[in-house]
Design a protein around this ligand. Structure first.
Ligand code: TLP
Length: 339
């Protein structure tokens, strides 16, 4: 079975398994796990931030960023298709007690002027705008890269208003590799950033939240409150260190595989490419096949290919470490048979 449902499906590499086996560990709630400490230091260094925190998942990292930088009753600005708004079970409201102010973007980019006018003025009727969230790459826009120009313009507006900016950088390294830039070129335009180790970077578990010391200190307390204070979790961090030191450059291969798939789909009469992939996600409109998503996915499965529904009439294919260039050829043949 060729599994293009998500890049979360990667299995840890042999080197990761060895590092996990050999990791030196300690009780991280006491701050005594040397492998976690190393991973957090490394992340702070790479992102140019004062401190970093190892967390269980991307969702936890995003939610800790919200919890650490807002108060109940505040408003946060989020893009309409962002993971924080779309896929995190309403957690910003359920946990932090903030309400989302939704701005529709184009390919994940919010218009800076729209963001500016969404910031609340000082009025007794209004909530306080306390955080602006960006997502890069932007998942529901097909892994599109939010440009540095867009980030910089929003960050300027936010800074002038005294509002912090958080990046959901679950796939920030994909943006870094595809645009041949440095991580700090992106993270200079935020106050906190969440990066997933368990997507294209191949680790089994874990994300990192980086930011100012005081923000990370608050996030650490919130992580504990939420039961996320893990003990000898250096076993997981050991794999994470391999992810950020050895698995980044190879993301370019995932991008090539996505382009190859997109090129083939573009030639198919009954399918329409929703996006030319910037990175590793290909979204396809299947309406002309007259198959429901359920039918289309089940027919793909019969042909040995897995994908996911991305709204009725749309299917997402995500490339990753565990699919080879030959698998992409097989996937293309499977799609041909289904349409
Ligand atoms: N995305 C998953 C699903 O939840 C949709 C996927 O398969 O793409 N931010 C972004 C941009 C993400 O895409 C995801 C996961 C997360 C945050 C959450 O990460 P986890 O799953 O570790 O909580």
């Amino acid at each position: 079975m060729i599994d293009l449902r998500s890049d979360t499906l990667t299995q840890p590499t042999k080197k990761m398994r060895e590092a996990i086996y050999n990791a030196s560990v300690g009780d991280d709630v006491y701050g005594e796990d040397p492998t976690i400490n190393r991973l957090e230091e490394l992340t702070a260094e790479i992102t140019g931030k004062e401190d970093a925190l190892f967390v269980t998942s991307g969702t936890q990292g995003n939610q800790l960023a919200v919890l650490a930088q807002t108060s109940p009753g505040d408003e946060i600005i989020v893009e309409a298709e962002s993971h924080i708004f779309f896929y995190e079970g309403g957690a910003t409201s359920a946990l932090a007690g903030v309400q989302p102010r939704v701005v529709q973007g184009i390919k994940g980019e919010m218009n800076p002027n729209t963001v500016k006018s969404a910031i609340r003025s000082d009025d007794i009727h209004f909530p306080d705008t306390s955080l602006i969230c960006l997502e890069n790459t932007h998942n529901r826009s097909g892994g599109s890269i939010v440009s540095l120009e867009n980030m910089s313009a929003i960050y300027d507006i936010a800074s002038n208003a005294g509002i912090p900016v958080h990046i959901d950088g679950a796939r920030l390294f994909n943006a870094v590799v595809a645009s041949k830039r440095d991580v700090k070129d992106f993270t200079q335009y935020c106050d906190s950033v969440q990066i997933c180790l368990s997507k294209g970077l191949g680790s089994p578990v874990g994300s990192l939240l980086a930011g100012k010391k005081e923000v990370i200190q608050k996030a650490r307390k919130w992580r504990k409150r939420l039961g996320g204070g893990m003990r000898q979790a250096g076993f997981l961090a050991a794999s994470g260190i391999i992810s950020i030191t050895e698995m980044v450059d190879r993301l370019a291969e995932d991008h090539e595989k996505a382009l190859k798939l997109a090129d083939a789909i573009e030639e198919m009469d009954k399918l329409t490419l929703v996006n030319r992939p910037d990175t590793n996600i290909v979204i396809v409109n299947t309406e002309k096949t007259l198959q429901t998503n359920e039918e289309f996915l089940s027919n793909l499965k019969k042909e040995g290919l897995l994908a996911v529904s991305f709204g009725e009439g749309q299917i997402r294919f995500t490339t990753h470490y565990d699919v080879s260039a030959e698998d992409i050829e097989l996937a293309i043949s499977a799609i041909h048979r289904v349409i």
